[in-house]
Design a binder for this molecule. Sequence first.
Ligand code: CA
Length: 228
Amino acid sequence: MRLLLVEDNPLVGTMLRVNLGQEGFEVHWHTTGESALTALETLKFDLALLDIGLSGISGIEVAGRIRKLGLETPIIMLTANDDLDTRVHALDRGADDYLAKPFDMDELIARVRAHLRRSSGTLEHLPETEVHIGQAVMVLERKTLRDPAGQLHSLTDKQVALVQYFVRNPARVLTRDNILEEIWGREPAPTHAELDGLIAGLRARIEREPSHPRYIVTARGIGYRFEP
Ligand code: CA
């Protein structure tokens, strides 16, 4: 598995190269976005880890260029801890996920593996008749859901669409605008607060502990991530 790493901080770059190398990844470390873009012309990468603040073009621009090239390479951004707007911007430009610095190396490796699993197959497993999320079982054609306690419920069209969207995009951070655009398209969309309400309704059916969700996880201030 070949990873593209763009990081201009020598300490962080070295730490990532060493740790990911020990996990068996072939890490191509670039300190500028420009040199990463040159590498992208000749090499195929399985995943990109992009620092945002670089001396030339930013990591967000690199993400945008990767998507403009038509590549579906999973992209994880490395962001400053408190910068919500930048994260949303990065996700809107095509990044799949972010990790705030300082990040935990085990978590970073787990996220890398989750995105590699997603990109290497899950897209072919589109929801068929039965969808299982934890102990909840849904039959989307029939718009039914059996909750973890065994109770049967009916689902609305929007709930069905939400479940399908989550299942197709495991491990990705989906911004509220991503979700609204995907599910409502040109129809009048609900507000962010109303969307949060719909998600809460879905969690109440799916999660064992809706107040501590395990499957539909909050990306604070940004949106949601489905953890299968
Ligand atoms: Ca930097």
